[in-house]
Write a protein that binds this ligand. Structure first.
Ligand code: PEP
Ligand code: MG
Length: 621
């Protein structure tokens, strides 16, 4: 059967650059999805919510299909687009919808189960039909099933890659990926991935960068357009993919892959250089890590320590790890790097980091839900176990910092400190040689910025989490590709907040780090430098380029630039000034693997061009 959704001619699509680098390979689609469906009934009072969840998923699917249809019409053909008409018709057909609503209403079935049962019946009828056309249509129904199942469930798609052999050379294509899927990708050794959804600061993108897997997200309907086995190029540095590329594309990208490897080697030669400006201002460059084994490359990449270890990924990998499992993981990092600073952030679960054993999965607004420190202060046994593991792991070392995420009040930090002190006492009573440590918080909620003077008196350091701070300040979901261009690190409100935090911290004599993804964008580096930030923490392989940039500017000019920028009230105005003054320098320095932040991504092709010397703009049009 001719694929109903796959273009066979060259098709280039642009999305969000999620993880830099290039890859070429055959498409493997995550269609082998096994959605975790259970027949567990719901409580009668849950019925209205479940009905609305289902209706919302239908509306969202129809919207997505309409967009996909328009794109296919534009880029492929009207005939191919008709396939989506069929899916839309089925999704509005009362013979599908009514029994689902009925099952929820009368039998108190959960929406996922009710839809699963009805849809599987229909798919099986189509598959067994004597009419060939209907048999062929069952593929589209499976597509529709996957789409709806991904939307039915507040935690996003529940997808399993168990039982799926991921080819070493595969380019993985899916509608959405979760952090837990990306963690598994490492074992499968996929070469790259591309998804319909996602932004550059989502945790899936952060993980891809940690694992050095090139990735493009926010491609809208790549999961519809790419077909298993298609040859495809993923250009994670510029956020574009080419399905069925021409020989000339392949040649061009082979050269890019080689150049990328060469540049990485060249950069390594800078790792022993000091991270200081032309006029001698020293800035600590630290690593953000997600896996203990990344500690091995922290020094290689020239970092001065770990500014952020996202401990929740250990929980995602292991469920709810025991104290021993945690101690072993933390010990590896702390001892491997001692005396370099190691900052362990306590569990920051929730949002897009769902840990099935711990997280709430029925929240309509998970980023603002029961997450992070809130979970720890509610489930104190889990919190205490983690703190115990951290303190045990640091025995004999003097490089430990403990950092609490998502603090939004003085009460939360005082409570966290009280619990930490109790755990410490307990260990001391047991004769454990508790190591010295510093205590810090992530400043990533606007309330913390407003309360920063009081908070500064409670802790030894701040780390500004700009990924969340931007999200909450500008009310822009960091994982939503539709509003990626509104995620603006240089929004005057964001810059003023950072300024406010730095001033307050320095007044109290404590240090400020920034550990959000904006750090790796050279224009942001300049501003953070000028704002007086003491430490920048980032994906290890960005450190050398960041250092290269810092060594090429003076602190004095960064301060002057900040002075000018702080009087501006438009993001565009700020970006315009920065680009006018620094794009040439960035280009001359050959800095190519920096993340093009969403701010610049869609609206500014010049930066895309500068970020990659080989891609021609014509490829992008
Ligand atoms: C942040 O919010 O900026 C941050 C560094 O933490 P995370 O990305 O894990 O939320
Ligand atoms: Mg955060």
């Amino acid at each position: 059967m001719k694929s109903t959704t796959t273009p066979k001619r060259r098709l280039m699509m642009t999305g969000v650059p999620a993880s830099p680098g290039y890859a070429m390979g055959r498409v493997q689609k995550l269609v082998n999805q096994e959605f975790s469906v259970s027949s567990d009934p719901i409580l009668p009072e849950r019925v209205p919510k479940e009905l609305s969840l289902f209706q919302k998923a239908v509306r969202q699917s129809l919207r997505e299909l309409e967009i996909a249809k328009q794109n296919i019409q534009k880029m492929v053909s009207k005939d191919d687009a008709r396939i989506l008409d069929a899916q839309m018709m089925i999704l509005q057909d009362p013979t599908l919808i009514d029994p689902v609503l009925e099952a929820i209403r009368k039998e108190h079935q959960n929406s996922r189960w009710a839809f699963h049962v009805r849809m599987k019946e229909i798919i099986s009828q189509f598959e067994q039909s004597p009419i060939q056309l209907l048999r062929e249509r069952s593929v589209d129904l499976s597509d529709l099933y996957n789409r709806m199942m991904a939307l039915l469930g507040d935690s996003g798609p529940v997808m399993s890659m168990e039982g799926m052999t991921i080819e070493e050379s595969a380019i993985l294509i899916g509608h959405t990926l979760n952090p837990s899927h990306v963690i598994k990708l490492k074992q499968g050794q996929a070469m790259a991935f591309a998804t319909d959804t996602g932004g550059s600061t989502s945790h899936v993108s952060i993980l891809a960068r940690a694992l050095k897997i090139p990735a493009v997200s926010g491609l809208s309907d790549i999961s519809v357009k790419a077909e298993a086995g298609d040859f495809m190029i993923v250009d994670g540095s510029n956020g574009l993919v080419i399905i069925n590329p021409l020989d000339s594309d392949i040649k061009k990208y082979k050269a890019k892959i080689e150049a990328f490897k060469r540049q990485a080697q060249e950069l390594l030669t800078t790792r022993r250089l000091e991270p200081q400006t032309l006029d001698g201002k020293y800035v600590k460059l630290m690593a953000n890590i997600e896996f203990p084994m990344e500690a091995d490359e922290v020094e290689t990449m020239g970092a001065t320590g770990v500014g952020l270890y996202r401990s929740e990924f250990l929980f995602i990998q292991k469920g709810n790890p025991s104290c021993e499992e945690q101690t072993e993981a933390y010990r590896y990092i702390i001892h491997r790097l001692n005396p370099l600073t190691v900052t362990i952030r306590t569990l920051d679960a929730g949002g897009d980091k769902i840990i099935p054993e711990l997280s709430a999965t029925d929240e309509s607004n998970p980023f603002m839900g029961w997450r992070s420190i809130r979970v720890c202060l509610d489930k104190t046994e889990i919190f205490k176990t983690q703190l115990r593991a951290i303190l045990r792991a640091g025995e004999g070392c003097s490089n430990l910092r403990i950092m609490f995420p998502m603090i939004s009040s003085v009460h939360e930090i005082q409570e966290s400190k009280r619990i930490l002190a109790a755990v410490k006492q307990e260990l001391l009573d047991q004769g454990v040689d508790v190591p010295p440590y510093e205590i810090g918080i992530m400043v990533e909620v606007p309330a913390a910025v407003i309360m920063v003077d009081e908070l500064a008196r409670e802790v030894d350091f701040f780390s500004i989490g700009t990924n969340d701070l931007i999200q909450f300040t500008l009310a822009v979901d960091r994982s939503n590709e539709r509003i990626a261009s509104m995620f603006q690190p240089h929004h005057p409100a964001v810059l003023r907040m950072i300024h406010h935090v730095v001033q307050a911290a320095h007044r109290e004599g404590i240090t400020v780090s920034v550990c959000g993804e904006m750090v790796t964008e050279p224009l942001s580096t300049l501003l953070l430098l000028g704002l007086g930030v003491d430490e920048l923490s980032m994906t290890p392989w960005n450190i050398m380029e960041c250092k290269k940039f810092i060594r090429s500017v003076s602190y004095e000019e960064a301060r002057t630039m900040v002075h000018q920028v702080m009087s501006m009230s438009h993001t565009d105005e700020i970006n315009h000034l920065l680009k006018k003054k620094y794009m040439q320098k960035i280009s001359d320095l050959g800095i190519s693997s920096f993340i093009v932040t969403a701010d610049f991504n869609k609206s500014d092709r010049t930066l895309v061009k500068l970020n990659d010397h080989i891609v021609n703009l014509d490829v992008l049009e």
